[in-house]
Design a protein around this ligand. Structure first.
Ligand code: ADP
Length: 885
């Protein structure tokens, strides 16, 4: 081969695929070549098996002499692998080898590894190349790729590139395969995902053990025959896995029979590979390629049909399949020597194929997820709809139970009847609160919770909660106290109803689990922002506490610390969950700290908007410089009350012990006012007051009593005090209440109001129409109104109500929402369209949702009262709209 005019700079690489001298079944040294006649001149990449009289098995010497140019760069040879061992000599010295070349199967060893090696410097202008090749295993003998000679850097670069592609591709496939395997094991047990992951992993091995034989580079001691067998098995296994993957991916478009046949054939090939010697098993690859071509064509048909049937992700499948077919065709052509191998085609092809197949799976995965999500949302909606309907249905009869039992207890003939009716009423009320909880919970769960944004007074909201809870708790040994920091603005913007609900929940829980001590609600500013403010609420009790191991589960649905069947405390375990969700909706969070046996503190922060309304700070001039004493055994209470009084420039002396106060009898004269707590261990406030009144001359000293009891039984006791305040004390009204004590003219008016409503509160002749279809409810409202001295008229439905309104002048109409013929909303619109009449219209409904209220107001109603109605709620409502007589 004359290269004397070859320019290596222009063309850095030469394939030595021309004809070489060929000596069959001889292993000659370089110097023997000149004296021995060759058998033939043989094109270098000739398969021995295809040439008579030669065969695949045997050994041979190849010889080539190259004349090099005088000017040349440093050179290197890239020697591929041969079937199946070789030794390569350059100018008489061994240059590289694979395995051991020998003349018998027993003495030779096969090996495959392409090698690139620099030639080093030498003086001669010719190269004598001698190549010994021996094969006793493979069904093809000799070379299938040429030796390359070229510029040293270029040659090494190409070699590394080849390894690089192999490793990157292997790594990518392995990672992808592992990822999908993980998805299968820990997430979705879908066979498509499993088979695809195994296919990726198997194929990654095949890429490593094929072509540039990178596997041999990693594991040089791996026996060559084993690695060849593994390479074959990997190919057959990949065929099985991909067929199964296709079957599970598009079961409708794929024929099970065909897939099973392909799998069966592949299994057969695997078995044969394992049991047959390499001489035969190396012949399996060609028939398998034929099977593969048929399988690939069938696969293409499947993917085409899937795409036509618009199966999810089928377009990606089809595209990736097209790419892989091109790669296979290319490789088969390379195998038969029609094309030279192209790394780039293989690399890009495989990457595209695997990427698009993963897309198919991801596409399916997310689609399934979306469908599941949609179904879940659908069912949540159905659930919440069901709960709201159900609660409405339960509320209607409950209305009767609570309303009538309330009336019953007022007219009770004896104690037993009173007890029975009170129990019925209480049970009804607790049932109602459970229903309210469930309704709220389902609403929050279904995501239909909407928060209001309105200005409200934080003091009022807190006092409302404390007052409400104080009014029904009968625990004389538990003090209910609240303490709002000075810095907290009176008016803020947010959802007062929801905040009130959270506070009620937490304070009610605190009361429920505390037998003795105090419940302190503290409100502080956590952070000031530009247009909002983060407030921190703390509800601290001295109750039973919560064991540390139960703290974590507290905010989960239906979870209670004591869930045993013998538990002492009732409840549904929903209160805290609802509170948590509401707080989260207000951009906040809730947490709890607790010591068993000592008490718990529930804390939460929420963000509220700032309001620009400035509260009017009342002045209490009359109280300035007055000298007041307070007697209370609870220190927190003393501290807070003192603070309020001192702010109004009142001089305050506090006493914890009544005996200490009484000892100071001489200095009592200095005081202008005394404030006494009723529940004191050593001596009750009443006793202290009696002593003050009886024993000293200061009979005129105004005395104020705090008590959690509604009213003092004993008239004599009542006379001891000038003012009686029920606990929890409303701090905002505390000073207002004190003021009249020093204002003689108004003094008489100050007296605790009788809690029970009495007849004839409203002006004579008030006319009320009640639109209500349910007979029981009619009876309830009739009795309630009669208790208030009003005899209403009734309409069976909205239509009749509208007609009755046209002929009568009603002051007020109580309107049920759901009625036959015409519902409350329609009726309201009809009544209001008659501009000559303007009765106050109030919705009366069992629908408790906030949006129901909104619908009523939109229809033109003035107010809303939710069933079950009670004497008090109706009285308050009528007072608001009709005013007292
Ligand atoms: P419920 O009170 O209806 O059972 P909650 O969600 O309000 O439901 O409370 C869940 C549980 O948390 C209660 O059953 C109780 O075991 C515990 N818990 C809540 N607040 C307190 C508290 N202040 N002290 C002790 N345990 C409490």
């Amino acid at each position: 081969m004359d290269l004397s005019f070859h320019n290596f700079e222009e063309d850095p690489e030469i394939l030595l695929s021309n004809e070489w001298l060929f000596y069959w079944n001889q292993l000659l040294e370089s110097d023997e070549i000149a004296t021995t006649a060759p058998d033939t001149l043989l094109p270098f990449t000739t398969n021995w098996a295809t040439l008579t009289p030669y065969s695949a098995f045997g050994y041979a010497t190849y010889y080539l002499e190259i004349i090099l140019p005088a000017e040349r760069p440093d050179l290197a040879f890239s020697v591929p692998d041969f079937y199946t061992s070789y030794t390569f000599y350059v100018n008489g010295a061994e240059f590289s080898r694979n395995g051991t070349v020998a003349t018998s199967k027993e003495t030779y060893t096969p090996y495959w590894l392409p090698k690139t090696k620099a030639l080093g410097s030498f003086d001669a202008d010719t190269l004598q190349l001698v190549l010994h090749v021996a094969n006793f295993h493979h069904n093809r003998g000799g070379a299938y790729l040429p030796i390359k000679l070229g510029e040293v850097e270029h040659m090494f670069f190409n070699q590394y590139l080849e390894y690089g592609y192999s490793f990157v591709l292997t790594g990518a496939l392995l990672m992808g395969g592992m990822f999908f395997l993980g998805l299968y094991l820990f997430g979705r047990h879908e066979y498509t995902i499993l088979f695809f992951s195994l296919f990726c992993i198997t194929y990654s091995f095949r890429i490593l053990s094929f072509g540039s034989y990178a596997l041999h580079l990693l594991l040089p001691d791996l026996p060559a025959l084993l690695s060849l067998n593994l390479e074959y098995i990997a190919l057959f296994l990949a065929g099985i896995l991909f067929s199964l993957y296709t079957l599970y991916l598009y079961p409708k478009e794929t024929s099970k029979t065909i897939i099973y046949i392909i799998c069966l054939i592949s299994v057969l090939f695997i078995v044969l590979t394992v049991i047959l010697p390499l001489q035969y098993s190396s012949q399996l690859i060609i028939p398998y390629l034929a099977v593969l071509v048929l399988a690939i064509l069938y696969g293409f048909w499947v993917y085409l049909r899937a795409a036509l049937n618009k199966q999810p992700g089928a377009n990606y499948s089809l595209f990736s399949y097209g790419v892989i077919i091109a790669v296979f065709i290319h490789n088969i052509a390379v195998y038969f020597g029609y094309l030279s191998p192209s790394l780039l085609i293989n690399f890009v092809g495989y990457v595209f194929f695997f990427f698009f197949q993963s897309l198919v799976l991801s596409f399916r995965y997310t689609k399934n997820l979306k469908t599941a999500l949609f179904r879940a949302e659908e069912s949540a909606r159905a659930k919440s709809q069901f709960l709201s309907t159900m609660s409405h249905e339960i509320r209607t009869p409950l209305n009767a139970v609570i309303g009538l039992s309330g009336l019953l207890s007022e007219t009770a003939q004896n104690d037993q009847q009173l007890e029975y009716s009170t129990t019925i009423k209480k049970s009804g009320e607790s049932l109602l609160s459970i229903i309210n909880n469930i309704l709220d919970f389902s609403k929050i769960e279904s995501g239909s919770l909407e928060l209001e944004e309105a200005e409200f007074s934080i003091v009022e909201t807190t006092e409302l909660v404390m007052d409400l809870i104080g009014s029904y708790t009968k625990k004389p040994n538990v003090e209910l106290i609240y303490d709002i920091d000075e810095e907290v603005p009176e008016f803020l913007v947010g959802d007062a109803t929801r905040l009130q609900q959270v506070l009620t929940n937490l304070v009610a829980n605190a009361v429920k689990f505390t037998e003795e001590g105090e419940i302190l609600v503290r409100i502080k500013v956590e952070k000031k922002l530009n247009e909002s403010m983060v407030l921190r609420f703390e509800i601290k009790d001295t109750g039973i506490g919560i064991p540390a191991d139960k703290l974590g589960r507290l905010f989960q649905s239906f979870s209670q610390v004591d869930a045993s069947s013998t538990r002492k405390y009732g409840g549904t375990g929903l209160g805290l969950v609802i509170s948590k969700r509401l707080i989260e909706a207000m951009n906040g969070e809730i947490w709890v700290t607790s010591t068993e046996g000592t008490g718990s503190t529930f804390s939460f922060i929420i963000t509220l908007g700032l309001s620009n309304r400035i509260p009017t700070i009342p002045e209490f001039r009359i109280l300035n410089n007055k000298n007041v004493f307070i007697l209370d055994d609870n220190e927190t209470n003393l501290r807070i009350l003192k603070h309020h009084l001192v702010k109004a420039r009142i001089t305050v002396t506090t006493f914890k012990d009544p005996l200490l106060l009484l000892e100071k009898k001489d200095s009592l004269n200095e005081f202008d006012l005394g404030i006494l707590d009723m529940q004191i261990p050593q001596k009750s406030g009443i006793d202290v007051a009696r002593e003050i009144r009886e024993l000293w001359d200061k009979k005129e000293l105004p005395l104020v009593l705090f008590s959690s009891v509604h009213e003092l039984e004993n008239i004599e006791d009542r006379k001891l005090f000038n003012l009686y305040l029920r606990k929890p004390i409303q701090q905002s009204r505390f000073l207002i209440n004190l003021e009249p004590l020093f204002n003689k003219a108004r003094q008489k008016k100050v007296a605790e109001k009788n809690e029970m409503p009495s007849a004839h509160l409203f002006k004579k002749g008030v006319s009320i129409l009640v639109a209500e279809d349910n007979k029981v409810n009619q009876k309830v409202i009739l009795h309630i109104l009669e208790r208030l001295g009003i005899t209403p008229q009734f309409a069976e439905n909205g239509q009749i109500a509208a007609e009755m309104n046209a002929t009568n002048n009603y002051d007020l109409i109580l309107m049920d929402m759901e009625m036959p013929v015409m519902d409350g909303l329609e009726a309201t619109k009809k009544i209001l369209s008659d501009s000559s009449k303007s009765p106050v219209i109030i919705a009366m409904t069992a629908n408790a949702m906030a949006e129901d209220k909104e619908r009523c107001i939109k229809a033109g109603m003035d107010d809303f009262i939710s069933k079950p109605v009670t004497v008090n709620s109706v009285k308050n409502l009528l007072t608001k709209w009709l005013g007292e007589s």
